[in-house]
Design a protein around this ligand. Structure first.
Ligand code: ADP
Ligand code: MG
Ligand code: MG
Ligand code: MG
Ligand code: MG
Length: 444
């Protein structure tokens, strides 16, 4: 798409507002919205914003930042999603640059691009990533505030009886399809009020763009139905939390480089090295892929979320599973991430870990075929199984020790991220939780 193409579409579809979008380091969608008189300027990448107001972006002396639109992300929102009597709305996802045009090192999207560039220099086409975002739909209070109440009593793959959840989910799918998503499936998840919508894998950059778009659409449609959609990893104790499983494969010369018909289990050495890289850097990575205090409440035994650093051919208790599909569909499924992560940073550190594995050419320990929650101490030793960090604090400590992951994030972003998360941890640590009151108040 060229500038002229986009201007023509904007005119033909009578678009009145253009959102220039990006994410902050925490993965929160941000945008500036421009009226028609500014469209040319926006497309030329001349729109500035004040970076110092965005979480973790800049020091105040380098506040002015340019928004450089990626034309391939252009779309006009379907009328169901965003349209009023005031006119239609379009969007472009942007990279962030200094006023002199240099790319800004605190921009998560460019952190991912840099890893993809490394991968291309190694002769690969792309990292393909297929996400499985899960989320809860809750009711809102009469004042419009989110609750953790769902009137839905359904479970995995259930059909009706349904509350507004299923209707809302259908509309989400409709809107996403109109926006060019190829939806592969949508279904009710295990927990009441929990849903999953799967869309087809793409190159990692497109997938990260898609995940941010997806969150926006899901939240917005939920609102229309009077519901609150949340990507919080574990909103309710005692039932499954929400994950963002990431299916991963590398392609080279148009072929799946994880597939080798001659290899053991028909997996290539590249696949095994990549898996070993994920295992080796799992501890250092989870602060990025599971970035909230709450993320570690999901990573507990018994709820289909991984707790141990291990891989398996098929068992869904493992952190990495290799689904049975071979040929073009050969892939590794990384099951640790949750949907509160910044998808650009998550895919960047995943790729950095995988690249490190390929460079080191180390094979992973043998895969585990049994339920990992029930392994004996002896088996854990044999398969070199260790535990994922149990809290955000442990995850931040592991991140500080992992040079490969730190380097992938870049000094600037790493420091900003660490600082923001340490503040979050300290705030959590010093607050008194409902659980403590229930346990201690009467007894002591
Ligand atoms: P699960 O069996 O874990 O529930 P799903 O069927 O829900 O998995 O999701 C599978 C995901 O894997 C989809 O997003 C799909 O597009 C993606 N996928 C398929 N082939 C590949 C591949 N070669 N590389 C990366 N992702 C892939
Ligand atoms: Mg699934
Ligand atoms: Mg599935
Ligand atoms: Mg699922
Ligand atoms: Mg899965």
């Amino acid at each position: 798409m060229t500038k002229a193409d986009i201007l023509q579409i904007l005119r033909e579809q009578e678009v009145r507002f253009l959102r220039l979008q990006f994410t902050d380091i925490l993965g929160i969608n941000k945008n500036v919205e421009l009226p028609a008189s500014q469209f040319e300027k926006a497309l030329d990448g001349e729109v500035m914003f004040d970076g110092s107001t965005i979480e973790g972006f800049t020091r105040s002396e380098e506040a002015d930042m340019l928004l450089k639109p990626d034309y391939s992300t252009f779309l006009v929102f379907p009328e169901e999603l965003e349209s009023t009597h005031q006119g239609r709305v379009a969007r472009l996802i942007c990279d962030i640059a200094y006023p002199d045009g240099r790319p800004f090192e605190g921009d998560p999207r460019q952190v991912l691009k840099a890893q993809l560039e490394r991968l291309r220099r190694m002769g690969f086409d792309d990292l393909y990533a297929g996400p499985e975002p899960e989320f809860f739909l809750f009711t809102r209070t009469p004042e419009g505030d989110p609750s953790t109440v769902t009137h839905d009593r359904a479970g995995y793959f259930d059909l009706a009886p349904l509350d507004k959840g299923e209707e809302a989910r259908r509309e989400m799918v409709n809107v996403l399809v109109q926006m060019g998503f190829e939806i592969e499936a949508s279904h009710h998840e295990v927990a009441p009020g929990q849903h999953e919508i799967d869309f087809k894998y793409s190159g990692a950059l497109r997938t990260a763009d898609n995940i941010t778009t997806f969150k926006f659409v899901v939240k917005k449609v939920a609102l229309k139905y009077g519901l609150h959609a949340t990507f919080m990893p574990k909103p309710i104790a005692g039932i499954n939390g929400s994950g963002l499983h990431m299916h991963l494969s590398l392609f080279k010369g148009g072929a799946n480089a994880f597939y080798d018909p001659e290899g053991e289990n028909k997996l290539s050495e590249v696949a095994l090295y990549f898996i070993q890289g994920l295992l080796e850097h799992a501890e250092g990575m989870v602060a990025i892929t599971n970035p909230l205090v709450n993320s570690y409440k999901r990573l507990t035994p018994g709820y289909e979320a991984p707790t141990s650093i291990a891989w398996s051919d098929s068992n869904r208790s493992a952190m990495i599973r290799v689904p049975a599909r071979r040929g073009l569909g050969t892939r590794a499924e990384f099951r640790a991430p949750d949907p509160s992560c910044n998808p650009y940073l998550a895919l960047a550190v995943i790729l950095a870990a995988g690249i490190d594995g390929i460079k080191k050419r180390e094979l992973p320990p043998p895969p585990i075929e049994r339920n990992i929650y029930q392994l004996s101490v002896r088996d854990r030793r044999k398969h070199k199984v260790s535990e994922l960090p149990g809290t955000l604090r442990e995850a931040l400590e592991a991140l500080q020790k992992d040079e490969v992951i730190r380097e992938a994030l870049g000094e600037h972003l790493y420091k900003q991220f660490l600082r923001a998360k340490q503040v979050e941890w300290n705030s959590y640590r010093s607050s008194v939780h409902q659980w403590e009151l229930e346990q201690y108040l009467a007894e002591y």
